[in-house]
Design a protein around this ligand. Structure first.
Ligand SMILES: C[S@@+](CC[C@H](N)C(=O)[O-])C[C@H]1O[C@@H](n2cnc3c(N)ncnc32)[C@H](O)[C@@H]1O
Length: 294
């Protein structure tokens, strides 16, 4: 047993009868004898390479898991305790984002009865819900339920658009499509039926890659398109609210807003988390040379 090879060798001379091939069972039996000699030889060679790799792999796995679950736990904690999340639940909003638009609207008095508002990047629909509530007719004094108002009874028009599908909101016209695409823009303009928007709100946010320059370019592109849209399809005295992010590209967007609108204000609503670099630019009144419609 002691001399039995771990791997069988084919003999070259056909006259000499080859020894019987070692079966797997034989090889397994031989292992306890072979290993004490083979391992001390092989290990010093293999371990210096293999061990650090294996250790660092295991370590990074544990670190990612710990870091990731810590971040998740912190996010869930923040979310559950967030007063705006609680308020949104109580007041029936689909997202706490509703309070960002509410604060901006209340600060600048942008949205008025009878307005046509275009809501870009509307999903899940909290901004559209806020707009709808603004356009609900006042409950008649002496009884009657405003909540039961029919869509046609809304005192204003909301056209919402998103690349994702949106659960319907009564009275809100929804278009699904990518705002960067020409045919989607055409559909949006068709829905406006020859009217110009009074207010355009854009909460559009691209999927961020984490690469600062690429993300900045994507955000910039969406905001530029929103500005182009206002210049072609918004009343001269109208307003654009657009989400932007601090970081590279922010200054360029403020500059662009200032070239396009008479009044430009950056706003960080209370409902926008401190940790988030998001902020909103409000542009009011198109500069005369910037409106491309008559
Ligand atoms: C922060 S969410 C908007 C939340 C919304 N304001 C609300 O109150 O529920 C951003 C939205 O922008 C949409 N979006 C991003 N890029 C878009 C694009 N190119 N065209 C249309 N929608 C886009 C996303 O699908 C996402 O639903």
């Amino acid at each position: 047993m002691r001399g039995m090879p771990l791997l069988s060798v084919t003999m070259a001379n056909p006259q000499v009868k080859p020894p019987p091939k070692a079966t797997l069972a034989d090889q397994a039996k031989a292992l306890p004898n072979a290993l004490p000699t083979a391992l001390p030889k092989a290990l010093p060679k293999a371990l210096p390479k293999a061990l650090p790799k294996a250790l660092s792999k295991a370590q990074s796995k544990t670190q990612t898991k710990t870091k990731g679950s810590k971040v998740n736990r912190a996010w869930i904690n923040d979310h559950v305790n967030d007063p705006y999340v609680k308020l949104a639940k109580r007041e029936g909003y689909r997202a706490r984002a509703a309070y960002k638009l509410k604060e901006i609207d209340e600060t600048f008095g942008l949205i008025k009865p009878g307005h046509l508002v275009v809501d870009l990047g509307s999903v899940p629909g909290a901004w559209s819900q806020y707009l709808r509530r603004k356009f609900l007719p006042k409950p008649p004094t002496g009884g009657g339920a405003a909540g039961g108002a029919s869509p046609s009874a809304l005192n204003g028009t909301i056209i919402a658009l998103d690349i994702l599908s949106m659960e319907p909101i009564e009275g809100v016209v929804f278009l699904q499509g990518d705002f960067r695409e020409a045919d989607v823009l055409d559909r949006l303009v068709q829905q406006m039926a020859g009217r110009l928007a009074d207010v355009v709100v854009s909460d559009m946010a691209p999927n961020l890659s984490g690469i600062d320059s690429a993300d900045a370019a994507r955000v910039e592109h969406l905001v530029e398109l929103a500005i182009d849209f206002t210049q072609a399809h918004m009343k001269p005295q109208g307003a654009l609210v657009a989400k932007v992010f601090h970081g590279s590209g922010y200054d360029a967007l403020v500059k662009l807003f200032k070239q396009s609108f008479v009044t430009v204000k950056p706003v960080k609503p209370k409902a926008s988390r401190d940790k988030s670099s998001e902020t909103f630019l409000v542009g009011i009144g198109l500069k005369k040379d910037q409106a491309s419609h008559p």
